[in-house]
Design a protein around this ligand. Structure first.
Ligand SMILES: [Zn+2]
Length: 1001
């Protein structure tokens, strides 16, 4: 079966088995005399789920024969008519002698699931069923013997039943007690299977083969379509491989949800035959197994290569014929990378049967990729010739990977030992890194150059590369075999992009940009948490139970901490989850039915965050186990358990490297005057101006915009990054005149918390005060930002957490990348994730403050003043205010230009800032005292007689306790003004003395 999508629900498992080369009834061939002939007759009591059986086994050699009784009740055992003493141990007993061994027995089959059945392994049904609805028996329904035997089966079933078993010929006759079937299959087998039910038979022929469909009356309308598709597949594979080896083939509807293939028939579960896509996928897969599995057999102990070749020649081939082979192969890579965590990895050679998603990604997925790479290596023609040779040389035999290798080597004349060794014996897949991708002109020839690096022991791989140029593309296959290899590819025109393996021809690790957030990544993660809301427990109880069974740990939404989010993939339940609001800044989307959305985890891009919301308990319960069949999707919606929408997030096709972005320019002659810009922005409710804090001209621009809007009669408010929220009261007091300017600066802790020259902002604040314009402190308290930067969100106390914005959107990937560049320029040894989160808290707080103002004063326009990096590209504050208010914004960016950097970009001419007086002292602040430690060049303090060690106590009557106090005392002084400075000077042996100086500024 396939590795992704819904078809995964029915994965096949070739039960058949092992048969030998001769034909029991063939003219020239004689039966193998030394092997047992097993004659079995069975009858049923359907009401009590009972099977009654009698086995007669000819034992040709005097050797111990081990019989497995399983869960059967053995009634009698005789050898040549004489009762045999036997002792059962571990459901096995031994019989010694030759002749005819007869066993009578009973078994009860209620169709209960066995231990091998789980949600990851749908289709692996181990329970037998004997019921009035039908009979389905695969293994464990007769005393089993080891090794190969010829089987003859007779079965007595109700008259209205039709029975199917491995058979080239079937005979049925009515008797007084029911219909008696006998099945003839002239080849050796390791065991047989049996199904019967109130089937309707539909038949046809193709290429001389009898084609049958056995469906229950309710589904008989499907039969014609199954017959048509079966004929199509048999014709196709008769051409592609060698002619089908049996006289008949049947598609049989089964009650348990199986997808099984055994010689001459396939058993497809009732729920499965009704799925429309089975005709295009699983049916062909099971028919392919008639050659690979039921004609050539595998010795499972030496590795199961059958699923690899079958998946490649069915599920993959059908997609390839539609031109979508690359998507199928990419999905194999996605599944491998999602499910095959290091603890679940094993070499392909060790695959025997699937036990879950990981083993399937190896045995089916990586296996199919092996055959794809093999086809590319030897060419299509030789590939199919080799397959035919493989079948011819191994029909009715057990073949292993070694036989596959032999057939391909003989047909291609190539030594392929290295290829099979590399792909079969190693765990994992190649990982490539491309370094130094670039476009150079060497000796006048334009070339694209790059280095390929393989991590770990290098693989030998032929990797397709493409150089995209301005007018076309140049293709080249790179022969990779070393740890590091450097390449130059000549191109006629200017190369713009390099793309590697965009058809997914190589089994490899996907680059980050190729790996979309999909459900498989959530299910496959080693660390995964399901986050639930206590108050909606009942609605999600069924989902929680199933996901916990799949290895998720569960946490109540209020108990999830930062470390959980950074280290795990999450499934968040309920649209109002605080975890959702803290990562994506908004409540989850809701829709009718059940919705599941998978995104990248903003705090750890190797993980995903999924969000699920159900409208009712019923909707959740109907959808929940279906999710597991949709591993390749990012978005799913179900209504009453029916999938109504599915979507895969966009990701790169191939490993893509952009070599040069087109250079763009603007025409400055067509520029706008600031007045025109003010006119243009005057109707927008939110105007954000990005400033360079130390550039006075930027502050003049801010003033001009504010004054311009005011002059137009707009009701405006000003939001300032420069003030922190807890100090709003002091701002308000100053604006109404309750406190003076110095008190305002002291109470808002302006110089401690912001620190930039106050004269840069003074005109704006004075204008607001004079005109009654509200002024809003936007910023977060710096202690919160610092704590998060150092220790992450978990470092905050419960009280501090209350100061965080309610909603935070951490998912702006481009912003994250720009912040990473900033971070890398900082030598601070804090983890990037903490730095990133502290920046988002900062931006979100400012956005929330602005949004709150607009909520309180809906008729106002807000002008936001903040550092240019908080406004560029709409990333820091603008998108967030828009998200919170739904209102339009414009941005005005100072001093930096790029496409999309802002709505308007200004380049104000440099201006000298207003005079700000300085004493020219270097100061140490401790315990409420300010001490002079040194002087700067041309220091007025030094000239006036201050000494190192002096404690400054007041400046112009303003008491000095902190460095900020000195700045508060001086900011409004004018050049040439005299200030009075008092200091305490310690004298040797003489104690302290207060001195007074008058300094001319
Ligand atoms: Zn299969």
């Amino acid at each position: 079966m396939t590795t992704g999508d819904k078809t995964a629900c029915i994965l096949c498992f070739t039960l058949a088995l092992i048969v030998f080369q001769t034909n029991l009834y063939g003219a020239e061939e004689k039966p193998e005399q030394s092997l047992p002939v097993y004659s079995l007759s069975v009858s049923f009591d359907l009401k009590s789920n009972l099977l009654r059986g009698r086995a007669a086994i000819t034992v040709p050699k005097a050797a111990d024969m081990t019989v497995s009784s399983g869960n059967l009740r053995i009634i009698s055992v005789t050898l040549n008519g004489l009762s045999v003493e036997y002792r059962t141990k571990d459901n096995l007993f031994k019989v010694t002698g030759t002749g005819i061994l007869e066993i009578t027995y009973e078994g009860t089959f209620r169709g209960e699931p066995g231990s091998n059945e789980n949600i990851e392994n749908a289709g692996m049904v181990s329970a037998g069923m004997v019921s009035e609805g039908g009979i389905s028996l695969n293994g464990g329904w007769y005393p089993a013997i080891n090794g190969l035997a010829y089987y003859k089966l007779t079965a007595l079933v109700p008259n209205n039943f039709i029975a199917v078993s491995e058979a080239d010929e079937i005979d049925a006759r009515d008797t007084a007690s029911g219909k008696e079937y006998s099945f003839v299959f002239p080849h050796l087998l390791t065991g047989i299977d049996f199904v019967a039910g109130n089937y309707r038979e539909v038949k046809d022929t193709v290429d001389g083969i009898g084609v049958y469909a056995y469906f229950f009356p309710a589904d008989v309308s499907l039969a014609a379509n199954y017959i048509e598709h079966t004929k199509k597949y048999l014709r196709m594979y008769n051409e592609l491989f060698v002619p089908y080896p049996y006289k008949r083939f049947s598609v049989v509807e089964n009650i348990p949800p199986t997808g099984l293939s055994m010689p001459t028939f396939t058993l497809l579960g009732r729920d499965i035959v009704r799925l429309p896509f089975i005709l295009e996928t699983s049916l062909g897969h099971e028919i392919t197994h008639q050659w690979f599995g039921n004609y050539v057999y595998a010795d499972f102990k030496k590795g199961n290569w059958l699923e690899a070749v079958t998946s490649y020649l069915s599920d993959h081939l059908y997609e390839e014929l539609k031109g979508k082979g690359w998507e199928y192969r990419k999905n194999i890579l996605i599944n491998f990378q999602s499910y095959v965590t290091p603890d679940k990895d094993f070499p392909l050679r060790d695959f025997t049967e699937r036990t879950g998603f990981a083993s399937m990604a190896i045995g089916y997925g990586k296996g199919a990729m092996l055959f794809h790479m093999l086809e590319n290596l030897v060419g299509r023609d030789i590939f199919y010739r080799s397959l035919r040779r493989l079948i011819e040389d191994n029909k009715f035999k057990q073949a292993s990977w070694a036989d596959v290798e032999t057939s391909f080597e003989q047909e291609s004349g190539k030594d392929l030992g290295w290829f099979f060794t590399q792909w079969l014996n190693r765990k994992g897949v190649p990982s490539f890194e491309v370094r130094y991708p670039g476009a150079l002109i060497l000796k006048g020839i334009t070339t694209a150059s790059f280095e390929f690096v393989q991590k770990g022991e290098p693989y030998r791989v032929e990797l397709p590369a493409k150089v995209i140029t301005e007018k076309g593309e140049v293709k080249q296959v790179l022969a990779l075999e070393k740890e590091r290899q450097y390449f130059d590819i000549a191109a006629k025109e200017n190369p713009t992009d390099l793309i590697f393996d965009d058809n997914y021809d190589i089994m490899r690790t996907l680059a980050d940009n190729e790996f979309p957030p999909v459900i498989a990544r959530l299910l496959g993660d080693e660390k995964k948490i399901i986050v639930y809301p206590e108050k909606e427990m009942e609605k999600y109880a069924g989902l929680l139970a199933i996901f916990k069974g799949e290895g998720f740990s569960a946490k109540e939404q209020l108990e999830v901490n930062d470390k959980d989010i950074q280290s795990s993939s999450l499934l968040i339940l309920g649209s109002e989850s605080p975890v959702l609001k803290r990562l994506f800044g908004a409540a989850g989307e809701r829709s009718t039915g059940f919705l599941l959305i998978v995104r990248n985890n903003p705090l750890n891009t190797s993980k995903v965050v999924a969000y699920a919301h159900g409208n009712s308990k019923e909707e959740v319960d109907l959808a929940v186990d279906k999710i597991f069949h949709y591993g390749k999707y990012s978005v799913l919606r179900f209504e009453k358990g029916e999938n109504v929408a599915k979507e895969i997030s966009k990701s790169d096709r191939g490993m893509v490297f952009n070599l040069q972005a087109p250079v763009e320019g603007v025409e400055p002659d067509k520029s706008l005057k600031l007045d025109e810009i003010i006119d243009a922005v005057s109707e927008k409710p939110i105007v954000l101006i990005g400033e360079r804090h130390t550039n006075y001209e930027d502050h003049k621009v801010e003033f001009a915009v504010i004054a311009g809007l005011f002059k137009k009669g707009k009701k405006i408010a000003i939001g300032m990054e420069m003030f922190q929220r807890p100090f709003q009261k002091a701002i308000d007091e100053y604006l109404v005149g309750t406190i003076d300017e110095r008190e305002f600066l002291r109470k808002t802790e302006y110089f401690k918390r912001w620190g930039y020259d106050y004269n840069n902002y003074r005109e704006i604040i004075e204008f607001a005060k004079a005109k009654g314009i509200p002024l809003v402190a936007l910023n977060q308290r710096s202690e919160i930002v610092d704590t998060v930067a150092k220790g992450g969100l978990d470092a905050l106390t419960q009280e501090e957490r209350k100061e965080l914005p309610q909603e935070m959107d951490m998912s702006d990937e481009l912003y994250k990348e720009r912040l990473r560049e900033v971070y890398e320029d900082h030598p601070d040894h804090i983890p990037f994730e903490n730095f990133y989160q502290s920046q988002i808290i900062w931006d979100e707080t400012m956005a929330h403050s602005a949004a709150r103002l607009l909520e309180e004063r809906p008729d106002h326009h807000i002008v936001v003043l903040a550092g240019v990096e908080h406004i560029m590209y709409g990333s820091g504050i603008p998108n967030r205010v828009h998200r919170l208010t739904g209102r339009d914004y414009v941005t005005i960016i100072n001093g930096t230009f790029d496409r999309d950097v802002g709505t308007y970009v200004l380049f104000p001419k440099s201006l000298n800032p207003p005079f700000t007086a300085k004493l020219g002292v270097i100061i140490r602040e401790s315990a409420g005292m300010v001490q002079v430690t040194d002087f700067s060049p041309d220091s007025v303090a030094l000239k006036s007689g201050l000494n190192k060690g002096d404690m400054i106590t007041s400046v112009d009557g303003w008491k000095i306790q902190t460095v900020s106090d000195i700045k508060i005392a001086l900011f409004d002084k004018e050049p040439g003004q005299t200030v009075n400075v008092k200091v305490i000077r310690k004298r040797f042996l003489l104690g302290s003395r207060e001195l007074e100086f008058n300094l001319s500024l």
